[in-house]
Design a protein around this ligand. Sequence first.
Ligand code: BTN
Length: 320
Amino acid sequence: MLPLLRLLQDGRFHSGEALGAVLGVSRSAIWKQLQVLEAELGLPVHKVRGRGYRLESPFLLLDEQALVNSEYCHSWPVSILQSVDSTNAEVFRRLARGHIPPFIVLAERQVAGRGRRGRNWVSPFGENLYYSLAIQINGGMRQLEGLSLTVGLALLRALQASGMVGAGLKWPNDVLVSGSKIAGILLELTGDPADVCHVVIGIGVNVNMLANKATIDQSWTSMRAELGHVVDRNIFIRELNRQLSQYLGVHQEQGFSALRDEWQDSHLWQGLEVTLTAGTEPVKGVVLGVDQVGAIRLCVAGVEESYSGGELGLRLHDDS
Ligand code: BTN
């Protein structure tokens, strides 16, 4: 099915005859493969009598060569999967089988993409970025402090370098553009956090998604919607790898405190009135910033309080 997809990815019309000739199969075999494409990958194919077939919208498939043959070529090995439950889950399976980090797993589609706080992450085929990087942490808890915020900063810089100048951060690690979510980060951990452990850095970016194919329970946007053109995910991944390698290096050597001011400068909700939600009692306060370990600092009824934890989320005060 992949060779057919590669021929169709330009979004132009191709006749069944021409496709069959290139792939060395009959027109009816092409027709059957197109049915599978639509049914299994959810890719709408337009069929027009006399013109042939074309995908509803063009896209560029993930391409290992395009990731490797670049000036920013990075030493992290990459695996590209066509479909997976979750790239984070796949990394955990590989770690359990003895794969040695660092390594990256990418997928064209996730059928059970995981978001923070038990949410699912909508992951249609070929449109967005589903990226998981496994790293090893040797320094115990100190090396974990502020790590997810550091990843957010690296992701933000990669988006900005790709033209998303209006993007900013929302604690703990969402990336927003004009109040809408464009990317999210899910860090998961295996091993002993006090000693040697593995961290799976899961990153989801809405790259070329335009239509809301599944229900997304929050306002969202994509790079394509903001920039007005299709984005080559391979180029974006190279930039993301470059930024991650740089920021994770600083974090490893100097800790989050070295990045704290930079993070706060990019925090869209500095000084705003917010509600902190944690499943228990919501807390209302004004955002003061983050502390040395990445916890959010709020002024609550005139008193400074810090909060941290993967289950916490922020809402704007007036955002019902
Ligand atoms: C969030 O809720 O904001 C975090 C979303 C993280 C989604 C990414 S997509 C790649 C990786 N695999 C997953 O299952 N989730 C993360």
